[in-house]
Design a protein around this ligand. Sequence first.
Ligand code: UDP
Length: 301
Amino acid sequence: MAERKSGPVSVVTGGAGFLGSHLIDRLLFEGHRVIAIDNLITGNTANIGHLAGNEEFKFIKHNVSNFIFLPEDKLDYVFHFASPASPIDYLELPIPTLKVGALGTHNTLGLAKDKKASFILASTSECYGDPLEHPQKEDYWGMTMAYHRYHRIDTKIVRIFNTYGPRMRLRDGRVVPAFIGQALSGKSLTVFGDGSLTRSFCYVSDLIEGIFKLAMSDFHEPVNLGNPREMTIKQFADEIIRITGTTSTIEYRPLPVDDPKVRQPDITRAKKVLGWEPRVSFEEGIRHTINYFRESLRGAL
Ligand code: UDP
């Protein structure tokens, strides 16, 4: 990467993943130079293939649970977005998942401290568990806030609620690719439990907008980002059936253990602090996503 521009320099860990790759597109659009780091354990270089040859972009294959060495003197932002992120990944990769959450966060915080860069942590609404509070407000924090308080690092924490869009993995087990993949291939949609559990789905471009605004803000406590439009999984399945026009039907399966019964972000803080709220309608976002999966399935044949 040429050392000629004076624009901000950002590191994105998990840069070949679903959210990381969309974030990189946005940062490049905003005039940043971007260094993506990913060990490709769940990421895919196809997500950043369109950036090949872009002089403002560099990819490093590395596991951020190990020490990160970067020769660059100037680094402005470290976005820590590396983590397996789906139920199947957590089952298959429990130790890498825990390591990247602990050691990867430690190493990326250390990198930000060393280079005097801002640090943005991708946290997850999973930390709210099966919530007692509904909708969920921001609560509790860990190592990142300690670095902010003790080392005075400029840190931000985004709590990400269910987000969907192009570049999700078809077989990662999450409900959006699962139902769309099933509908497009004429298989039954596997609804877990009686379909009454709820989730609130945010389109990826809305989420990235919120993350960018948070990164540029001077707010340090966790901020929920997600779409408060809540629906049951049965309603979601019905919508996928309607929009794809499939002949597939619903098949009920046993509920996984520890599946949160409801989830809906309270985005009061994001509205107030960032002036952010989601704009993309469910219909529009899901149509884009279905088209993406339709194209990828065609490519896979
Ligand atoms: N789900 C489902 N069928 C599937 C995959 C998921 O009914 O084939 C349900 C799952 O039990 C959960 C919801 O959809 O209640 C969202 O699951 P996902 O894994 O997408 O996200 P998370 O549980 O992390 O919100």
